[in-house]
Every structure is written in C-alpha cells, then in structure tokens.
Design a protein around this ligand. Structure first.
Ligand SMILES: [Zn+2]
Length: 497
C-alpha cells in the first residue's frame, strides 16, 4: 500500500493590507518529495504523525507536497495558482496511490478563491477520483466550508489550544487511513456550522467554557459507529462566508450517527453562546492589574497576535507599561531596519532610535528607545518540547537586544516570529525571570512556553489586525446573522427535534 502526503497550510488574515506571496511560502516551507520527510519526520506536527502512523501500519508513505507560510495577509492570486499547479504536478508524478493524507490549515484565503482550502482539496479530489480515501487534519482555527467536507472522507482537528497534539492528530488520521485501507471501516464526514463566532479570548481548550464543549465531544465519540468528533473554534480574521465555529463528526459507513453528534455539539454551543463571548480587559486595567501582581506578569497583546497574522510591531502596550513606570519590561518587535542599525553599531554601542509602530498607526507610535546594544544574534534557535505550531527549528533573522536607559529590554528581530518558545529569549541571553512584565504578542499560542515563567498571564484588549473585539472590523463577506455581532435571531438547524 502507498499513501501520499500533501500539506498546504496558511492562516490568512484578510484585514492586513499586504498580501502573502509565493516568496513568503518559500521563506517558510515550500517542499516536495523526500525533503518533506527530512523537515517533518521528528516534528511535533501532524505531518510527523502521518509518517509515524503509516510506518507503524506497514504502509509506504509518499511525501508529495508541503507548503506553509507564517500567518499573514490574503494569498495573492498568482501565488495561489502556483501552489495549486505545483501540488498537482507533484501529485501526478507520485505514481499510483491507495490513499491520501492531507493537512490543510482550514483558514486560507486567496484573492482568486476565498475558500482556498476547499478549492485545493476539490482539485485534489477531482484528480484522484471519488473512490480514493482522502483523510486529513485541520487546525481548529479553520473556518470549515462545505467544499472541504465534500472533498474528504474524514477530517480530524487538533483538540488543544495552544496546539500541543498536532503529532497525535496526524497519527490518528494515519491510523484511520490504515483501518480504511484494510476494509475495517469506511469513514463518512458530517459537519454542522452554527452561526456563532467564538471569541479568541475564550478559545483556551483546558479552561471553561471550551473544556466542557470538548468533554461533550469526547462523550459523543464513544457512541456506536462513531470514529471522531472535532470542535472548530474558527478564525475570525478571515472575512469569508465560512467564518465562525463548526463541528465535524466522522462516522462509519453512514453519515447518520455523525450528523447527529455534530448537531448535538452545535446545539450545545448555541444554547450556551453567551459564555463564548469575549471578556475584554482594557490596556489601562491590565497595567493596573499587572502592577498589583507580584512577580513576572505576562501581558498578552491580543491585537498584535503574530500567530493570527499581525505585524509584530505594535507599541501600544509597551508605551502604557513604560508610562506607568512598571518594569523592567521585555518586548520583541519586528523591525528589520532598527535591528540592522543596532547590529551595525555592535555590542556595547549606544542606541537611540524610534522602534516599532511602523505598520498600523492605530497600534501605537514608534517607541523612542535610548540605551545600549546589549548583544547581537543570528536569530536561530531550537525548541524540542511540543509547542503550538509543531516546529523545531526557528529563524527570526538577525536580532539585537537593546537595554534602554530606564531598564527595559527590547528585542529587535528581522523576521516576524510567533512567541511559541522561550528559547527565543534565552538563545539571546534574555532571562524571562529578570522582568516584571513580559509583553507577549499572542493569545493562546504562547501559553505552553510562557505560563511556567509567569506568575500571571493577562489577555489585553489591544488594537490591531487581530483585535479581540470583532466590532472593530468592517466585514464584507461574513454570513449574517452571526452571533455575537448580531444577537436578535434564532437558529435551530443542529437542534434535535
Ligand atoms: Zn490554530
């Protein structure tokens, strides 16, 4: 038996002005054939799980195509076309296959195809025909479309946020493929997509209210004929008709049991939808709470959530902390020009420059940093623990640490980096415990790394392209009505009569 592996992963924030190009994929991962195995086989990533699961089942794995770019703007039309063409060419060259394991993210938007995951999965389905099993994984930040569901026999989403079970879900998909190819099961996929957007602030899976929702999903999967249930939290920064929550269920040979489970999950969410509305803490209140909390406090900058595509150069929170005289504080900024200037000056040189605040005026003025270049680095680091995103090797480009005269530390990076790992700091000689405040540009993705280092983590309602307050965005494509942007409507599709 031979099973192909195809991944095309992008979380597209359609509120960003700059589109995502093919170079952005090339700078992250744009791989074909055996290079995919080399990059992913040991990673805490679903593709690593695919390889491990197929090997354990004695099935030959055929890595075909894997593309991934850091979350950013809408994918350019030409880039979408090139990705599709390269994928199909690689698929044609892969030889005869018995099945396909696929790894979409689920929230990719292209200028030419807003439902980009539905688009490329349908292309793959059309190429391999209706009889070949296609089984895949999804990021729970997917905005699930009917086309995605129709193209696949089964889709299994990660069950943790931060995403620490990516490899396990890849293994699960591979095991399902093995059982399917042995004729033991024939998976059928059902979806119910209730008109509810779960606020990002509420999306931590081991806290309420999500914890109970996942518990129900675990209960339902134990029913006869059920193979898998998935909770889709949704990605609110992709302005598409599919934006919002969703429930997927995989059942054996018939959709009936799965449809019922997905409907029950959707009904549960609909009935408790008020619990999934964000509880938002202003910058002012967050700074006050941080001042009252002893130890190191992590302030999560929800508006500049790099893992949701934000520019990583907002200064709003840092200005507020600095104005309040709270410190010492640490912040990482994407500012290649400032990093280059600091590196040119060299370790020990004086530094005086306005840093950050270059992309979106609403997220704060540049910060006037006056101090000393403490150290310069190549920006590469390694993380061996399971972390959100599942990568092992990271590269934030040439990086400098500036110690300001008033005691803060600012990391200036040349590439945008999601704060997945404390090795980002320690590899540059920065000890997180030495700070009163760590400004962390994320919401849940940083938790696995930062929670052990912080006495408290506070999620802050900051402005930006990933603001937790969806009323700040002008949507043109989303469905209406959609709770909580609209509240005065009824919905009953998923509720059993
Ligand atoms: Zn995600």
């Amino acid at each position: 038996m031979r099973v192909g592996i195809i991944a095309l992963q992008h979380e597209s924030n359609t509120f960003l002005a700059a589109p995502t190009t093919i170079e952005d994929f090339r700078a992250c991962h744009l791989l074909e054939g055996e290079a995919i195995r080399a990059a992913y086989v040991d990673a805490h990533h679903e593709i690593g799980g695919f390889f491990a699961g197929l090997e354990a089942a004695g099935i030959e794995s055929v890595p075909i195509f894997a593309a991934w770019a850091i979350p950013s703007g809408t994918i350019k039309a030409e880039a979408g076309q090139e990705l599709g063409a390269r994928m199909l060419a690689a698929l044609a060259a892969a030889g005869p296959l018995d099945g396909l394991l696929v790894a979409p993210h689920g929230a990719a938007v292209c200028q030419a195809e807003r439902d980009f995951d539905g688009h490329w999965l349908s292309l793959v389905r059309a190429r391999v025909g209706a009889g070949l099993p296609i089984i895949g994984t999804l990021d729970p930040h997917a905005n699930v479309s009917r086309r995605m569901v129709e193209a696949c026999q089964a889709l299994v989403a990660y069950r943790t946020n931060p995403h620490l079970d990516q490899r396990e879900r890849g293994l699960e998909a591979a095991q399902l493929m093995d059982r399917t190819l042995r004729g033991e099961v024939w998976p059928e996929l059902s979806a119910v997509l209730p008109p509810v957007a779960i606020n990002i602030e509420r999306q931590r899976t081991d806290s309420l209210p999500c914890r109970e929702l996942y518990r129900l999903a675990d209960t339902l999967v134990a029913r006869p004929g059920m193979l898998s249930t998935s909770v889709m939290l949704g990605f609110p920064y992709a302005d598409t008709p599919e934006m919002g929550s969703g429930f997927l269920a995989v059942s054996d040979k018939s959709r009936a049991a799965g449809q019922r489970c997905a409907g029950e999950l959707a009904a549960y969410l609909w009935q408790r939808r008020d619990q999934f509305v964000g509880r938002l803490t202003s910058i002012e209140n967050a700074v006050r709470q941080a001042a009252e909390t002893p130890g190191t406090v992590g302030l999560l900058d929800m508006g500049d959530n790099v893992g949701g595509g934000s520019p990583a150069d907002s200064t709003a929170l840092f200005h507020a902390v600095s104005r309040a005289g709270l410190g010492p504080a640490f912040m990482c900024l994407y500012d290649p020009a400032a990093a280059a200037a600091a590196i040119a000056g060299g370790t020990g040189s004086r530094f005086h420059r306005r840093v950050g605040g270059k992309t979106d005026p609403a997220t704060g003025e540049p910060f006037e940093a006056r101090g000393v270049v403490a150290s310069v680095h190549d920006g590469r680091f390694r993380e061996d623990q399971p972390r959100h995103g599942g990568q092992t090797h990271y590269d934030m480009g040439p990086t400098a640490i500036v110690r300001t005269d008033n005691g803060h530390a600012i990391m200036l990076a040349s590439r945008r980096m999601v704060p997945f790992s404390l090795a980002q700091l320690t590899s540059c000689g920065v000890d997180p415990a030495a700070f009163r405040v760590l400004i962390i540009k994320g919401v849940h993705a940083p938790v696995a790394a930062y929670e052990p280092a912080c006495a408290a983590l506070l999620r802050v309602d900051t402005p930006g392209a990933t603001s937790a307050d969806l009323r700040r965005f002008e949507y043109r494509h989303r469905r209406r009505p959609l709770f909580p942007l609209e509240t005065d409507f009824e919905w009953s599709e998923g509720i059993e009569g």
